[in-house]
Design a protein around this ligand. Structure first.
Ligand SMILES: Nc1ncnc2c1ncn2[C@@H]1O[C@H](COP(=O)(O)OP(=O)(O)O)[C@@H](O)[C@H]1O
Ligand SMILES: [Mg+2]
Length: 595
């Protein structure tokens, strides 16, 4: 995969309207807090707004020789109060912003863990992770600070303009002329900030993707001497993030200094025009002073407006990337979270499985992996799937678990189409050991009860003995509470497989799916587990994908698969006699005479 251009999710950005709508959805639950923050900011701004007027009165009084102590006191009180209120408002807003980020993260995480497997396969997990961790932080500014800045900025701006109009209309016209000129230039720059931010966030996602790739095969990276190359990959992504970040910073700096420029230019213009008007006696000096003070007062609302728009541009990039995740297909949520019932409510006893003329491909355009697959497993007992690698055996299990939907035909569990099952119910009836026996970071105990959170210590002890894990537990420094490392990296392959089997057994499933579950065990261990599975098969439907024929010669039925088709079904003896492929497999693996 080329990290330089990883088109991952549905790349279409949101339209301007959709972005505003999405932003509204984030802010709506916090509208009261945002309102309070806005109120505080307005009170603070009003305090500032009164200062020039007070100054004008002060200057007028100085001219007439009146006392000014009262006005000075009032001014001081105004400043202190205004600052306190503003600080409180800022705290309320920051708090709200954190809540918005939390809410976005919660929805994203809830969504990500329910993604359909086909969607999850399309997008590198690192990219998805960066949307949860990095993009959500960009919401912080836009969802509250920008909203309030825009509102207070606009109000203060209008108020200052009204005051200025009241002082002198000619000077106001001069001011507005300059502001509009500079504002137009800023408007041109704004969309560039959004674009640069989106690119930069994409690159941050690529950093995660590249890191996850290397960490996912850490030993292979080292054994292949690929540290430098993988480092370069991560660095390339980091440099891309830097480049776009700098670009965004550049445009933000342009926009951010434009407001000051506007006011300074206006100041010079007003000084020239106002000076002439004072000289010709059209306005008193105090009016010019007050006007100039309002002009400097204007710096803040204008820079707030500019800040609001540029952080909106940044936020829009993040909102767009988050919305892309929300468009991915997810499985319906489980109705009840937490412990699943030990016995599935939809039935008890061994489950039956039937494939009716199933065809399947992983995606439109890919070749068919299953073609007219038909077989029936009526109830308890062991059914084995054998056949060359790539025949479609693991895919059979994936369809039973409904990780994917069959393209044609029907998959039935308990004579009911899996499409008609509620997903949690269907899966709670099944114990599944994946082909590569994943073990999760955490303690051994966490791994064992992962599929059966309600398991008691007795249950655990029992299953440990059956899977011969008891000696391992005795050896571990903290017994069951020993951490197993990232992906169980502190365990041997065989130990991981035993844990995966124990985990599935603890679930007490009605249907047990074992996909080459003992491939990494030694012969003695494999034989012992075969006995366990045979015992379980007396009261449970057990489906195994066999990696060695020797483990399944005693199975109640064997399904021989080849290139996505079922070649034959029968017992070992029947198949040796009737099926050429099976007879060959048996001949090479069991040293039995081939036909
Ligand atoms: N997630 C997937 N996406 C696309 N193709 C897949 C996927 N998983 C497996 N395949 C393809 O489907 C075929 C059957 O795979 P699988 O059922 O795992 O075979 P088996 O378990 O019999 O070795 C293989 O050719 C494999 O390349
Ligand atoms: Mg397989």
């Amino acid at each position: 995969m080329n990290t330089a251009s990883a088109p991952t999710t549905d790349e279409t950005s949101l339209s301007a309207r959709e972005t505003v709508k999405a932003l509204g959805a984030y802010v709506r639950p916090h509208r009261w807090a945002v309102g309070l923050g806005l109120l505080c900011a307005l009170v603070g701004a009003a305090g500032g707004l009164l200062q020039p007027l007070a100054t004008k009165t002060l200057v007028d009084r100085l001219a007439t020789g009146e006392t000014v102590a009262g006005i000075l006191l009032a001014l001081t009180a105004l400043v202190v109060l205004g600052t306190a209120v503003e600080a409180f408002g800022a705290y309320v807003l920051e708090r709200t912003a954190e809540s918005v980020v939390l809410a976005a993260r919660r929805t994203l995480v809830g969504r990500l863990l329910r993604l359909r497997i086909a969607e999850w396969e399309r997008i590198p997990p690192g990219d998805l992770m960066s949307r949860v961790t990095s993009d959500t932080t960009l919401l912080r500014a836009v969802s509250t600070q920008a909203v309030v800045s825009a509102a207070t900025g606009a109000v203060a701006f209008v108020a200052a303009i009204v005051m200025m109009a009241f002082l002198d209309v000619v000077l106001l016209a001069v001011t507005l002329g300059v502001v509009v000129l500079v504002g137009g230039a800023v408007a041109l720059v704004m969309p560039r900030i959004a674009r640069a931010t989106e690119r930069s966030q994409e690159a941050v996602g690529e950093i995660s993707v590249a890191l996850e790739r290397a960490f996912g095969a850490f030993r292979t990276v080292k054994a292949s001497g690929a540290e430098e190359r993988e480092t370069a990959r991560v660095e390339a992504a980091a440099r891309r993030a830097w480049r776009h970040g700098v670009k965004s910073a550049k445009w933000e700096a342009v926009a951010g200094s434009a407001d000051e420029l506007a006011v300074q230019l206006a100041f010079l213009a007003v000084l020239a025009v106002g000076g002439a008007r004072v000289a010709s006696g059209e306005i008193p000096v105090s009016t010019l002073i007050a006007f100039l003070l309002y002009l400097f007062y204007l710096i803040e609302p204008v820079s707030r407006l500019v800040d609001a728009v540029s952080s909106y541009q940044e936020g829009a990039a993040a909102i767009s990337r988050i919305a892309q995740v929300e468009r991915l297909a997810a499985e319906p949520p489980a109705r009840q979270v937490g412990a699943l019932p030990r016995q599935c409510a939809a039935g008890t006893g061994p489950a039956s499985v039937r494939f009716e003329d199933v065809s399947f491909r992983y995606r439109a355009g890919l070749p068919y992996i299953h073609q007219h697959v038909t077989f029936e497993v009526p109830g308890a007992g062991m059914t084995a799937f054998v056949g060359p690698s790539g025949a479609g055996k693991s895919t059979v299990f994936a369809l039973i678990e409904r990780f994917y939907e069959a393209t044609g035909g029907r998959v039935l569990v308990d004579a009911k189409d899996v499409q008609d099952w509620s997903l949690p119910q269907l899966r709670s009836a099944i114990g599944y050991v994946e082909q590569d026996a994943p073990v999760l970071a955490g303690t051994l105990r966490e791994n064992l009860v992962f599929a059966a959170p309600g398991a008691t210590d007795d249950d655990i002890r029992d299953v440990l003995a059956r899977t011969r894990l008891d000696t391992l537990v005795e050896r571990l420094p903290h017994g069951l509470d020993t951490p197993v490392g990232h992906r169980g990296s502190k365990l041997s392959g065989g130990e991981r497989q035993r844990i995966a089997i124990a985990r599935a057994l603890l679930r007490r499933p009605r249907l047990l799916l074992l996909d080459e579950a003992t491939s990494q065990l030694d012969a003695v261990g494999e034989l012992a587990l075969r006995d366990v599975v045979t015992e379980v098969a007396r009261e449970t439907t057990v489906l195994v994908v066999a990696h060695r024929l020797s483990t399944v010669t005693g199975a109640d039925r064997i399904v021989v698969m080849d290139a996505g088709r079922v070649r034959a079904v029968g017992t070992h003896e029947e198949l040796v006699a009737q099926d050429l492929l099976y007879a060959q497999l048996a001949a090479t693996q069991l040293l039995a005479p081939a036909r």
